[in-house]
Design a protein around this ligand. Structure first.
Ligand code: PLP
Length: 493
C-alpha cells in the first residue's frame, strides 16, 4: 500500500468512519463512562516503530476498537457529569469534517475569504442569540473571533490590555515597571498561566477576596487593591470577572466590578466559559449584567454547553484596536492587497498562532441545525435536570446541598455525622472514587464552604431524566457502602 487515498477509497472508508461514529453514539451507554486502563496500557498496545510501508485503513479501524477504545473516557456518555460538559453533536461533527475536508488555513482573509467572513457573520449571530452588547458586533468598534480555548482568549486579552495600558506600545515593549492582574480565588487557573506566559508573573496576580457564602468577588476589596497597587507604582492591567466559576458556578458582580474598573482605567474581561451559553434563554439574560456598560472583552465556550465540538471559544472585544494593535505583525511574505486595503479582517491579528482552522463551519452548522429554539431547549433541559437532582438531595437528610444550582451544576456532599471534617472529606472522596471506578457514572469534586463537595455537571445532549435518577440512586448506594465500610472498620478497631 502506498500513495494517496483515491476519492473512491475515501468514499469507502469515509462511509465506514461515519457508520463507526453513528454506531458509537448509538451504543455509548454500553461503555464504562471513564476509561479503566492503567498508565501505559494504551501505549503498550501500540507498535514502538512507525511502519515503513503504508498499511491502508482497515487495520487502523480494527486497532481503534482494540487498543484505543479501552483508553477512552466517554465524554458524550449520558452519565458523564465530570468537570463541565464538553458538548458534541451530529451537526458539529459534520461541520468539523467539512472543515477538515476543505483543509483551509484561514490566517488571512486572502487565504480563504469565506473562512473569515463566515466566522464574522456567525459570531454576530451568536452575539445576537446571546443578546450581547452592540459594541461587540462586527459593524461596531469591536467584534468576535473564535479561539481554541478560553485560556487562549484570556491570554490575548491580557496582551490587548497591556497594549492599551502602555499607550499603544506593542505588548510589554517599552513599558517599565510592575504590571498587575486581578482575579479571585475562584477565577480559572488559566489567568495565572497567562500571567506567566505574558511575563507579568504569577506574583503580580492579585487575589481579590470573595464573599464567604456566594464566593463572588468583592468589588470593595478590588477597589482597595487597585488603589494600593497604583500608589505603590504598579500598572494595573486587567481584572477578570467570572460568570459561572469552574468550582461552583459562582457569579461575580460584573456591574459593580465594572464601576471599579472604569474608575481605575483598567481593562475588564468577563469569563463566562461555561455559563455564557445560558443567555440564549431570555430567563438567563441576567448573566449579561454589566457587559454593555463595562466589559472590554467577553468569552464563552460553545464547546462546553452549546453542542459544538471542542475547540470553539467565542471571544468578543468592545474595541478591536488594542487587540490587533498588540498582535499584528506583517512580514513581507504575508503582504497582500486585501490586507493593505484595510477593508478586510485578518484573524491572525486576533490570536497567538498564525494559522487557524475553519472552526466557524461547525458553529454555523450547529446554529442552523438547532436554531435558537433548539439551543434554548438544550440549556433548559440541563437546568431542569439539575434542579430535579437538587430537590432530591435537599429532601434527603443524609445529604447536604451546597446551594441551589444556578445552571446545570449541582454541588453537594453526604453528611458524615460522627466523623471529623477531615474524615468526612476523605469519605466523600471515597464515594466519588467508588462511583468513578464502577464505570456507571463519572463525576468530579471541589472544595468550598470548608468541605469537599461532589460536583455533578449536567448538560450532555444525551442525558435525560432516567440517567440523572439512576445516577442519584448510585450516589446513595455508594454512600451507604462507604458508611457501612466505616462502621465495620470502627467495630474492628
Ligand atoms: N474559564 C472557566 C470559568 C472555566 O470553567 C474553564 C474550564 O472549565 C476555563 C476558563 C478554561 O476553558 P478552556 O478549556 O476553554 O481553556
Amino acid at each position: 500500500m502506498s500513495g494517496h487515498m483515491t476519492p473512491e477509497e475515501f468514499r469507502r472508508y469515509g462511509r465506514q468512519v461515519i457508520d463507526w461514529i453513528a454506531d458509537y453514539h448509538e451504543k455509548i451507554e454500553s461503555y464504562p463512562v471513564s476509561s479503566q486502563v492503567r498508565p501505559g496500557e494504551v501505549a503498550g498496545g501500540l507498535p514502538v516503530h512507525p511502519p515503513e510501508r503504508g498499511e491502508g485503513f482497515d487495520g487502523l479501524l480494527a486497532d481503534l476498537d482494540r487498543v484505543i477504545m479501552p483508553g477512552i473516557t466517554h465524554w458524550q456518555h449520558p452519565d458523564f457529569y465530570a468537570y463541565f460538559p464538553s458538548n458534541s453533536s451530529g451537526p458539529a461533527i459534520l461541520g468539523d469534517l467539512l472543515s477538515a475536508g476543505l483543509g483551509v488555513q484561514g490566517m488571512l482573509w486572502a487565504t480563504s475569504p469565506a473562512c473569515t467572513e463566515l466566522e464574522t457573520r456567525v459570531l454576530d449571530w451568536l452575539a445576537e442569540l446571546l443578546d450581547l452588547p452592540p459594541a461587540f458586533r462586527s459593524g461596531a468598534a469591536g467584534g468576535g473571533v473564535i479561539q481554541d480555548s478560553a485560556s487562549s482568549a484570556c491570554l490575548v486579552v491580557i496582551l490587548a490590555a497591556l497594549h492599551r495600558a502602555g499607550g499603544g506600545a506593542p505588548a510589554r515593549d517599552g513599558i517599565a515597571g510592575r504590571h498587575t492582574l486581578y482575579v479571585s480565588s475562584q477565577t480559572h487557573s488559566s489567568l495565572e498561566k497567562a500571567a506567566r506566559v505574558t511575563g507579568i508573573g504569577a506574583a503580580n496576580v492579585r487575589v481579590v477576596d470573595v464573599d464567604p457564602v456566594t464566593l463572588a468577588m468583592d468589588p470593595r476589596h478590588l477597589d482597595a487593591l487597585l488603589a494600593e497597587d497604583r500608589a505603590a507604582g504598579a500598572v494595573p492591567v486587567l481584572v477578570c470577572a467570572t460568570v459561572g466559576t469552574t468550582s461552583t458556578t459562582a457569579v461575580d458582580p460584573v456591574p459593580e466590578i465594572g464601576d471599579v474598573c472604569r474608575e481605575h482605567g483598567v481593562w475588564l474581561h468577563v469569563d463566562a466559559a461555561y455559563a455564557g451559553s445560558a443567555a440564549v434563554c431570555p430567563e438567563f439574560r441576567w448573566v449579561n449584567a454589566g457587559l454593555a456598560d463595562h466589559a472590554d472583552s467577553y468569552a464563552t465556550n460553545p464547546h462546553k454547553w452549546m453542542l459544538t465540538n471542542f475547540d470553539c471559544t467565542a471571544l468578543w472585544v468592545a474595541d478591536r484596536e488594542p487587540l490587533t494593535g498588540a498582535l499584528s505583525i506583517l512580514p513581507e511574505y504575508l503582504r497582500n492587497s486585501a490586507t493593505s486595503s484595510g477593508d478586510v479582517i485578518d484573524y491572525r491579528d486576533w490570536q497567538i498562532p498564525l494559522g487557524r482552522r475553519f472552526r466557524a463551519l461547525k458553529l454555523w452548522s450547529v446554529i442552523r441545525w438547532y436554531g435558537a429554539e433548539g439551543l434554548r431547549e438544550h440549556v433548559r433541559t440541563g437546568v431542569r435536570l439539575a434542579r430535579d437532582l437538587a430537590s432530591w438531595i435537599r429532601d434527603d437528610p443524609d445529604f447536604e446541598l451546597f446551594e441551589e444550582p444556578r445552571f446545570g451544576l449541582v454541588c453537594f456532599r453526604p453528611r458524615w455525622d460522627g466523623l471529623t471534617g477531615e474524615e468526612g472529606d476523605a469519605a466523600t472522596l471515597r464515594v466519588m472514587e467508588r462511583l468513578n471506578a464502577s464505570g456507571d457514572l463519572y463525576l468530579t469534586h471541589t472544595r468550598a464552604g470548608g468541605h469537599v463537595l461532589l460536583r455533578m455537571a449536567i448538560g450532555g445532549p444525551a442525558t435525560g431524566d432516567r440517567h440523572v435518577r439512576a445516577a442519584w440512586e448510585r450516589v446513595r448506594e455508594e454512600t451507604g457502602q462507604v458508611r457501612l465500610g466505616g462502621r465495620a472498620a470502627d467495630v474492628r478497631g
